[in-house]
Design a protein around this ligand. Structure first.
Ligand code: ACO
Length: 324
């Protein structure tokens, strides 16, 4: 029988240290008011000394496994979306696999910056639907604090560290298309925007990881247009209207991008998940964090329809329609 990928659990982790806007006032020329008005962010979490992306990924994975009542031995695939891997190689996913003591299975990283989790979810969906794995941990994890220029007030106020995870399970599919779990995904990239958001260093370029450089105005404009387009593609593809979707789960970059996109899509803010005030932009960890928080609080209920959307450096962007 054909399979579809059901979301059986979510998990997340934020490092203990919270760095508030007030804290940043002491190190760069900024203010809580400026940051909150322009971005909606109040604080971000920062990994402890020696705490790596894989450590955060493992904690998010364990929280998803606990919630599902599963053990690492029940997992046969691990995909980690990250821009800040522990090492150039091996992948963060195999470090997570070893840390969890998960059995032999597929494990690799996906790099699509802030859209990374949607790319990873789509990849995992394909692997499940083609029978290559039965239960995949899809993780978004980032230690962005290590690629932030802490003297650049235009970027350092926006980003934070953290991790989120979902577990996808192969289930029998009635009919020709899934009506539950991952219903559809739409992925896009346009490299002609590669200079809108990038790091000014890299393994090949200079052996360094570099720092985030961003054309904020350009990213803002493209984010609203391209994420709206990706959402509309998902709606059209599934013959749905925006009002049929219970929750819009946007990339948690900036409240003004989220509000402008929701307005363009005519989705009231009551049906939009917003968690960024607490953790800022955590890139690939953003979507699974934004999914886990409302699922744990009971705001998003099993059986509801959620439309995920993200955009990141590249530019890369996409959407995923999920019945939870
Ligand atoms: N504190 C105080 N003042 C600041 C700060 C700061 N942290 N940063 C910039 N300023 C100043 C600027 O220097 C400028 O001063 P000037 O007028 O004297 O030159 C003034 O504030 C206005 O700067 P703008 O860049 O015009 O501010 P804007 O209103 O556009 O907001 C922001 C900047 C928040 C970056 C906005 O462009 C934005 O939201 N862009 C989207 C970027 C984003 O979210 N990126 C995340 C990564 S991509 C993604 O995940 C989608």
């Amino acid at each position: 029988m054909p399979k579809y990928a059901h979301v059986i659990s979510t998990g997340s982790y934020l490092p203990e240290k919270a760095l508030t806007n007030k804290d940043l006032e002491k190190t760069v020329d900024t203010s809580d008011e400026w940051i909150f008005q322009r971005s909606g962010i109040r604080q971000r979490h920062i990994a402890a000394e020696g705490e790596l992306t894989s450590d955060m990924a493992i904690k998010a994975a364990k929280s998803a496994l606990d919630k599902a009542g599963l053990n690492p031995s029940d997992i046969d695939g691990i995909i980690v979306a990250t821009t800040t891997p522990d090492l150039t190689f091996p992948s963060t996913a195999v470090i997570v696999q070893a840390g969890l003591k998960a059995p032999v299975g597929l494990a690799f990283d996906v790099q699509a910056v802030c859209a990374g989790f949607i790319y990873a979810l789509s990849t995992a969906n394909g692997l499940i639907r083609t029978g290559q794995a039965k239960r995949i941990l899809v993780i978004g994890a980032e230690k962005l604090s290590s690629i932030i220029n802490w003297e650049d007030r235009t970027t350092c106020v926006l980003f934070g560290d953290g991790a989120g995870a979902v577990i996808l399970e192969a289930r029998d599919m009635e009919g020709e298309k899934p009506s539950e779990g991952i219903i559809s995904t739409h992925l896009y990239a346009d490299g002609s925007f590669k200079n809108a958001l990038y790091t000014n260093g890299g393994v090949g370029l200079n052996g360094l990881s570099g720092h985030i450089v961003m054309n904020g105005h350009e990213v803002f404009k493209q984010a609203v247009n391209l994420m709206s387009e990706a959402v509309n593609k998902a709606l059209e593809y599934n013959n749905l209207k925006a009002s049929d979707v219970d929750w819009l789960v946007p990339h948690q970059a900036n409240i003004r991008i989220i509000e402008s996109t929701a307005k363009k899509l005519k989705v009231p803010m009551e049906r939009v998940v917003v968690t960024l005030q607490n953790h800022g932009n955590t890139s690939a960890a953003s979507i699974p964090l934004a999914l886990d928080v409302p699922m744990r609080s009971g705001m998003i209920k099993p059986g509801q329809l959620a439309l995920l959307e993200a955009l990141g450096g590249g530019l890369t962007w996409g959407s995923a329609l999920i019945r939870l």
